[in-house]
Design a protein around this ligand. Structure first.
Ligand SMILES: Cc1cc2nc3c(=O)[nH]c(=O)nc-3n(C[C@H](O)[C@H](O)[C@H](O)COP(=O)(O)OP(=O)(O)OC[C@H]3O[C@@H](n4cnc5c(N)ncnc54)[C@H](O)[C@@H]3O)c2cc1C
Ligand code: FES
Length: 517
C-alpha cells in the first residue's frame, strides 16, 4: 500500500502495457483492491495481491511454475484457481478477469475460479476422528472438506477454545496489538456449516486401533475408520521450589496467553525463564506492555543451538536494545513468593514469571495404543503410524524427511498444518508422500527471522549480507551441502532456497526410486 492508504500501482481498469511488467509481475489495483498481474507464458492472470494468511505482499513473493509463494511465511497459491495450496494460508484468493490485447492489458471484475481438480481414491472412509484441535488437527479437518469428503468428521480437543492462531499467542496478541477476534482460525459457524463435530474440553483417554474406537475421559467411545493423532506438545514445567505458584506461567493455549496478559496488568517486572523462541517472543511482547523484563537461561547465547553464534549474538543485542536484561549461563534456583533467586546467587522480585524451557510431545495416547514410538510417534512417508488406520501429524510426528535424509520431529506451525493437510488426503487413500521442506518463522519486535530446511549440526555458516543491518541470509552447511537457511528481510532469497531444496529432494527421491530404495 502507498502512504496515503491508496492501493499501490496503476489502475488496472484503465489498462497497462506488457512492457510495464518486472520479472513477469505487475502490482496494480481495481478500485481499492490490490491486484497482482502475473505472466504465465503468453497469458496474463490476475489474482488478489495480498496473502490470505496475514496479508503478505505477493508482489514481493516468488512465482514458481503456476503458483505464487508468499514472501512472509511461504504460503503458496495456485494462479489458475486461486486455491491456497500450502499452509499457513488456508483460504483461496480471488481471481480477476483479464482482457489481454497486444499492447494493453485491462482487468475487469472478479471472476469465478475454475474448481481445483481433485483426485478420487477408492475405499474412502465413512468416519474420520481427529484427536487435537490445533494446527495439524484443524488443517486436516479443513482439507478433508476441501477434498470433498462427505463422511463424518469428529474433532476432539481437550482445549476450551476452538482452534486458534497459536503463533500469535506469544506475539501480537500477547503484545496487545491483535484483538481477540483475530485469534480463531475460523469463526464458530465454520464447524457447523462444514458439518465438523468439534467437541471442546473433551479429553481422549485411550485409542484402540484394532477395535477402531477412541475412549473419552468420561467413558464414552467414538468409532472411527481412520484416526488422526495430532495431540501436539506440552510445555516442560520447571522443577524448582515455588514453580507452581499462580503467577508462574507456561504458554501453549489461548487461556495461557490470556492468563499472562492478566498477570502483566498487575506486574512491574517479569521474569522469563528460558531464552527459547517462545521465551524471547514473550519477552518482546511484555516489553511492548511496558514491563521490565529479565531473561534467565543456562546457555551462553540465545538460540545458538538452532541459529548459530552470530545470529544468537544479534538476537541478544536486539532484545537488549529494547531493554531486556539477560542473565545467561544461569538458572532459577527457587521462587519464594514473588522473590526469585538465581543459581548464581543474585535475586530480584518479579510479579510475573513465564517459563519457556521447551516442550515435550504428547505421546501418552500413542504409547497406550501400542503404536511405534521413538522420541515422537513414528510415521512413514505418508504420515501413517504403525497401525494402518491411524495417522499422526504435527509436533508429535517423527517422519522420514527426504531433504535432510533423517527421521525428524520439529515443532513448527507450518509443518504441523501441512502435515495435517497431507494426512487428510492420505486418510482418503491418496498416498501423498510428505516431502515439504520444513519452514518456521519467529518475530522479535520488528525483526522477522525465517528458517527453511533442517540442520541439527553444521560445519560452516555462510553469511551473505549483514546480520547487524537486518539484511542477511545464513546458510547452514555440512560437508559442502546447504541443509538450512535463516534470513532476515531476504524473503525472495529464502523462497529461492526453499525451491532449490525441493528440487534437490525431488532429484534424490527419483534417484532412490531408480535404485529401488
Ligand atoms: C506461543 C507459541 C508460539 C509459537 N510460535 C511459532 C512460530 O512463530 N512459528 C512456528 O513455526 N511455530 C510456532 N509455534 C509452534 C506451533 O504452534 C506448533 O508447532 C503447532 O501448534 C503444532 O501443532 P499441533 O497440531 O501438532 O499441536 P497443537 O497446535 O498444540 O494442538 C494440539 C491439540 O491437541 C489437543 N490435545 C492434546 N492431547 C489431547 C487429548 N488427550 N485429548 C484431546 N485433545 C488433546 C490440545 O488441546 C490441542 O488442541 C508456537 C507455539 C507456541 C505455543
Ligand atoms: S502472510 Fe502470507 S504466508 Fe503469512
Amino acid at each position: 500500500m502507498a502512504d496515503d492508504n491508496k492501493p499501490a500501482g496503476p489502475d488496472l481498469t484503465k489498462g497497462v502495457s506488457p512492457a510495464d511488467f518486472v520479472d513477469g509481475k505487475l502490482l496494480g489495483h481495481v478500485g481499492d483492491d490490490p491486484v497482482l498481474l502475473v505472466q504465465l507464458g503468453s497469458e496474463v492472470v490476475a489474482i488478489d495481491a495480498l496473502c490470505s494468511h496475514y496479508h503478505g505482499p505477493l508482489a514481493e513473493g516468488l512465482v514458481v511454475d503456476q503458483t505464487v509463494r508468499c514472501p512472509w511465511h511461504h504460503a503458496c497459491f495456485d494462479l489458475r484457481t486461486g486455491e491456497a495450496l500450502r499452509a499457513p494460508a488456508l483460504s483461496a484468493l480471488s481471481l480477476w478477469q483479464v482482457e489481454q490485447g497486444k499492447d494493453k492489458i485491462v482487468v475487469r471484475g472478479r471472476r469465478e475460479a475454475p474448481k481445483p481438480v481433485r483426485k478420487r481414491a477408492n475405499g474412502a472412509p465413512d468416519k474420520i476422528v481427529i484427536v487435537g484441535g490445533g494446527a495439524a488437527g484443524f488443517a486436516a479437518a479443513e482439507m478433508l472438506r476441501r477434498e470433498g469428503f462427505s463422511g463424518a468428521i469428529t474433532m476432539l480437543s481437550n482445549d476450551g477454545a476452538a482452534p486458534v492462531d497459536r503463533p500469535n499467542l506469544s506475539k501480537d496478541y500477547l503484545a496487545g496489538s491483535a484483538p481477540d477476534d483475530w485469534m480463531p482460525l475460523r469463526p464458530d459457524n465454520f464447524y457447523v456449516d462444514n458439518d465438523i463435530d468439534l467437541r471442546l474440553e473433551t479429553t481422549v483417554a485411550a485409542v484402540d486401533p484394532k477395535g477402531r474406537r477412541v475412549t473419552l475421559a468420561n467413558g464414552d467411545t467414538v468409532p472411527f475408520d481412520r484416526l488422526l493423532l495430532a495431540t501436539g506438545a506440552e510445555p516442560v514445567r520447571l522443577d524448582v521450589p515455588g514453580a507452581s505458584q499462580p503467577h508462574v506461567h507456561t504458554l501453549r493455549s489461548f487461556a495461557d496467553s490470556r492468563a499472562i496478559i492478566a498477570g502483566a496488568a498487575d506486574a512491574k517486572r517479569a521474569l522469563v525463564i528460558g531464552a527459547s523462541f517462545i521465551g524471547l517472543e514473550v519477552a518482546a511482547s511484555l516489553r511492548a506492555r511496558g514491563l521490565e523484563v529479565h531473561v534467565v537461561a543456562p546457555e551462553q547465547r540465545p538460540m545458538e543451538r538452532v541459529l548459530g553464534a552470530e545470529m544468537g549474538d544479534f538476537v541478544r543485542a536486539l532484545h537488549e536494545q529494547h531493554g531486556v536484561v539477560f542473565h545467561l549461563k544461569d538458572t532459577v534456583a527457587k521462587i519464594d513468593g514473588k522473590h526469585a533467586t538465581l543459581k548464581s546467587g543474585s535475586s530480584f522480585d518479579a510479579g510475573l514469571v513465564v517459563v519457556g524451557v521447551g516442550v515435550r510431545p504428547r505421546l501418552a495416547l500413542a504409547e497406550q495404543a501400542g503404536l511405534a514410538v521413538d522420541r515422537g510417534v513414528t510415521v512413514d512417508a505418508y504420515l501413517q503410524t504403525s497401525a494402518p488406520n491411524v495417522f499422526a501429524a504435527g509436533d508429535i510426528a517423527r517422519w522420514p524427511d527426504p531433504h535432510s535424509g533423517q527421521s525428524i520431529r520439529v515443532e513448527h506451525w507450518v509443518v504441523a498444518e501441512r502435515q495435517g493437510q497431507a494426512a487428510a488426503r492420505n486418510m482418503l487413500g491418496q498416498r501423498e508422500r510428505y516431502k515439504a521442506v520444513p519452514f518456521f518463522w519467529s518475530q522479535h519486535y520488528d525483526v522477522p527471522i525465517n528458517y527453511v530446511g533442517h540442520a541439527e549440526k553444521w560445519d560452516e555458516i555462510k553469511i551473505d549480507g549483514s546480520i547487524a543491518s537486518r539484511d542477511c541470509l545464513l546458510q547452514y552447511r555440512l560437508n559442502g551441502r546447504t541443509l538450512a537457511v535463516a534470513s532476515i528481510y531476504r524473503d525472495v532469497a529464502s523462497l529461492e532456497a526453499e525451491v532449490a531444496m525441493e528440487r534437490e529432494t525431488a532429484r534424490r527421491l527419483r534417484r532412490n526410486a531408480r535404485l529401488g530404495n
